[in-house]
Write a protein that binds this ligand. Structure first.
Ligand code: SAH
Ligand code: SF4
Ligand code: F3S
Length: 439
């Protein structure tokens, strides 16, 4: 038997890219590839890229440049670019960087095996189609290897919302939901391989409306189906849009045992004027009332969100409204970004905010978010949480896992195995994690 070929994949961007990288690795597994952790011994290097902000996209070109020496030493090495930069700038990548043999978009990677064969024949391969067929169904060769206790599972893709700043509707295409039976089958398969927690993914995951046995199913319907899967202990989902937070989903947060009390619900800004300019079609007030209803259903829920500062025409007063909203919600986690101009999006054409003012706002927002984050984390001390252990910690005898609220928890103790779910009393709150002891 010949030596297996080696594949090095580097993943940027969101969790959906993490999921896609796993599937691409499996697809190339059928071509005799095994994954390697180092680009130096790879026969194929694949960068799975993100186009959301300018910096993320530029990183791809600098990373590609670093492979020049490697390719000179090893002429058989194939270099591929996948993901959202591939979708947005595929032909430009081929032009700008002659090292690249293969470019594949996020909706056509089931064609990788055939594309790989073409590169082996000395051709270049580029595919950024939005094909009709279901790529997930076309992905065969899924090996039944054992895996860690947590997994991502994409249930919905694409976006029809066209926020004025965002490239996702262009790079991922229109919103599509996968049929429920295939998702449930995939969940069973993951559980058989050792998974105990599944995070359902979609750019607008709560807009899920996949075909079920009696017509379309909602995300809540799907969660209730997954709640029945023996051996699956925890369900999460991300990312949600405020406009798709349906009543049955809010209710599931109150009553579905396996659904974790954590919700990522980006609002982007606290100013109605800016929200309108962003094409968000919700207001700060409607968002706050929504959170009230969610908290009424599940009082201990930890909220998380995303913010953009320095969106075109944002004034100090608009920014103050964002700070006020953050003060009212108190997020357990929140991600804040300086607005980045994305070519082809409507906001790119508008009057840009002074970069120094945007930097200053970002710092102030992050300071406030960090304070809340810390208060919520510190508030866990003395409480009992359930921890799903994922890996050994840095200190001897230590194990690390996540609580229901997604806090990292360190526990010293013998007899804890990866995949165990145990009650832990929290004793300490550190910079980025909690410490506790087994009950
Ligand atoms: N579908 C999700 C998130 C998509 S992208 C949603 O609707 O919320 C993840 C985050 O990146 C966004 O929530 C937004 O905060 C940020 N983002 C998107 N485009 C951006 C841009 N042009 N500049 C800065 N941040 C951006
Ligand atoms: Fe982008 Fe808006 Fe769609 Fe989220 S909802 S992916 S921010 S366009
Ligand atoms: Fe980035 Fe594409 Fe995800 S642009 S955030 S990798 S959908």
């Amino acid at each position: 038997m010949s030596e297996p070929k080696k594949l090095f994949i580097k993943t940027y961007g969101c969790q959906m890219n993490v999921y896609d990288s796993e599937r691409m690795s499996e697809a190339l597994g059928g071509q005799g590839y095994v994954e390697t952790k180092s680009p130096d011994d790879a026969d194929m290097i694949l960068l799975n890229t993100c186009h959301i902000r300018e910096k993320a996209a530029e990183k791809v070109y600098s990373e590609l440049g670093r492979f020049k020496g490697l390719k000179a030493e090893k002429p058989d090495l194939k270099i591929g670019v996948a993901g959202c930069v591939a979708q947005a700038e595929g032909e430009e990548i081929m032009r700008r960087q002659p090292l690249v043999d293969l470019v594949v978009g996020p909706q056509s990677y089931h064609r990788l095996p055939e594309m790989e064969a073409r590169t082996r024949a000395g051709e270049k391969a580029l595919d950024t189609d939005f094909p009709e067929e279901d790529k997930f169904e076309k992905l065969k060769n899924r090996p039944k290897a054992k895996r860690g206790p947590t997994a991502f599972l994409t249930v919905q893709e694409g976006c029809d919302k066209f926020c004025a700043f965002c490239v996702v509707p262009y790079t991922r295409g229109a919103e599509v939901s996968r049929p429920a039976d295939r998702i449930i089958r995939e969940a069973h398969d993951l559980v058989e391989r050792g998974v105990r927690e599944i995070t359902l993914l979609g750019q607008n995951v709560n807009a899920y409306h996949g075909a079920g046995p009696d017509g379309d199913m909602t995300l809540a319907g799907l969660i209730w189906e997954l709640n029945k899967v023996d051996g699956l202990e925890r369900i999460r989902f991300t990312t949600s849009h405020p406009n798709d937070m349906a009543d049955d989903l809010i209710e599931a947060h109150g009553s579905c045992e396996k659904l974790m009390p954590y919700l990522h619900l980006p609002v982007q800004s606290g100013s109605d004027r800016i929200l309108k300019r962003m094409n968000r079609s919700h207001t700060a007030e409607s968002y706050l009332r929504l959170i009230e209803r969610i908290r009424a259903a599940r009082p201990d829920i930890v909220m998380s969100g995303d913010f953009i500062v320095g969106f075109p025409e944002e004034t100090e007063e608009d920014f103050q409204a964002t700070l006020d909203l953050v003060e009212e919600v108190k997020y357990g986690y929140a991600y804040s970004f300086k607005y980045s101009t994305r070519p082809g999006t409507p906001a790119a054409e508008r009057a840009q905010v002074d970069p120094a003012a945007a930097d200053d706002r970002l710092q102030r927002l992050q300071a406030l978010i960090t304070r809340h984050q810390r208060e919520i984390q510190d508030g866990m001390v003395g409480r009992t949480v359930r921890v799903l252990f994922e890996k050994p910690g840095r200190l001897p005898g230590q194990m690390v896992g996540k609580s229901e609220y997604l806090h990292s928890v360190h526990v010293k103790g013998t007899g804890i195995a990866v995949g165990d779910l145990k009650e832990v009393r929290i004793t300490d709150s550190g910079a980025n994690s909690l410490a506790g002891e087994l009950l």
